[in-house]
Design a protein around this ligand. Structure first.
Ligand SMILES: [Zn+2]
Length: 343
């Protein structure tokens, strides 16, 4: 049987019934979180295959007949020895979320940036209850994403990474994973939690700036700019959860330039055969900076999360030559040419 659960405001801690249809706290407007009363009892998931639903008992679904699935989860935790050698790491893995089913959705374009699209979709779901908000503002979405942390621990046979590096846009993944690692520790499945290292693009880094300045609030960025579209977010809804995850885990936040992101994207593809969107490559670029600054030890077990397949953002292929202030090297032009032929 699933554990009972409720919703709780991350800011003022007011609790609400799980069935509330609001995406924010009715009292203070803060983001919500699903709270389980979990205890150390035997759980049956070890005999199941790797997927989101392996962890059924830790997910807030009242009845199995409500489950809708495209067999999501169970993505590869890929050992990256060649990239690891270059970065001076003995054990480097990439958790490749781009393997998830993503295809065939009906897409509407919104004129404006991510923050404007976010406002539009929130307004839409407020007025039309038939639409379901699947943005990471929705605490139930984060429940699915937290299984990422469970999977990493299971794929490492119960070992917990020393450092977990991931791109941060709206902050859903890093918040959800920190929650997942915490729940596994509470359940006694694992004994520790990793340091959470969030990576943002230089032109869209409100969270990284707050962490570096040791501030407890972010200053939203107007007109965020970066080639990495999935993290081109100036006003991330989960900023409070992200600051909590980074601070509580004694992690850090890093910023990377578009040039560093594109170099990391190429490097991951050529060295390990993993083609990811630019936002995902930010985690690799951020890892390199952390290594160069001596913040991650050579012997550390490091997992980078790549959140989207390279084909999620193919515009980068023809965007590059037009990108002002960016000098292309011959090798990069070769790489883009090869990619265009593949596409
Ligand atoms: Zn509240």
């Amino acid at each position: 049987m699933p554990w009972p659960y409720r919703l709780q405001c991350f800011d003022c801690h007011t609790q609400f019934p799980a069935q509330t249809t609001n995406y924010r706290c009715e009292k203070c407007g803060g983001v919500l979180e699903v709270i389980f009363r979990i205890s150390r009892r035997k759980v049956p998931w070890t005999k199941r295959g790797l997927s989101v639903w392996r962890y059924r008992e830790l997910l807030p679904v009242d009845n199995d007949r409500f489950i809708t699935t495209l067999a999501e989860g169970g993505t590869g935790l890929l050992h990256c020895p060649r990239l690891g050698r270059e970065l001076g790491l003995k054990r480097l893995y990439v958790k490749n979320e781009g393997e998830n089913p993503i295809h065939g959705a009906r897409i509407f374009q919104v004129r404006g940036d991510f923050d404007e699209a976010m406002r539009a979709v929130v307004t839409l779901t407020e007025h039309r209850k038939g639409f379901y908000l699947m943005n990471s503002l929705n605490p139930f979405r984060l429940e699915g994403q937290k299984t990422l942390a469970y999977e990493v621990c299971d794929q490492l046979d119960g070992e917990v990474p020393d450092s977990l590096v991931l791109p941060v846009g709206n902050g859903g993944n890093i918040s959800a994973m920190w929650k997942g690692f915490g729940e596994f520790q509470t359940l006694g499945v694992t004994k520790a939690r990793p340091r959470m290292i969030g990576v943002q693009a230089e032109g869209a880094a409100p969270i990284a700036k707050a962490v570096k300045r040791k501030q407890d609030r972010i200053e939203p960025v107007t007109n965020p700019r970066t080639i990495a579209s999935a993290i081109r977010i100036g006003s991330p809804v989960n900023w409070m959860k992200v600051l909590h995850a980074i601070n509580e885990s004694h992690g850090n936040a890093e910023t990377v330039s578009d040039k560093e992101i594109l170099e990391a994207q190429r490097n991951l593809a050529s060295k390990e055969g993993i083609f990811v969107e630019p936002a995902s490559a930010a985690s690799i670029a951020g890892l390199r900076k952390n290594r160069e600054a001596g913040k991650i030890d050579r012997s550390d077990l490091v997992v980078c999360v790549t959140t989207g397949h390279g084909l999620k953002d193919p515009s980068v292929v023809d965007y590059l030559p037009k990108h002002e202030g960016y000098t292309l090297k011959t090798t990069q032009l070769d790489w883009i040419g090869r990619l265009e032929r593949t596409l």
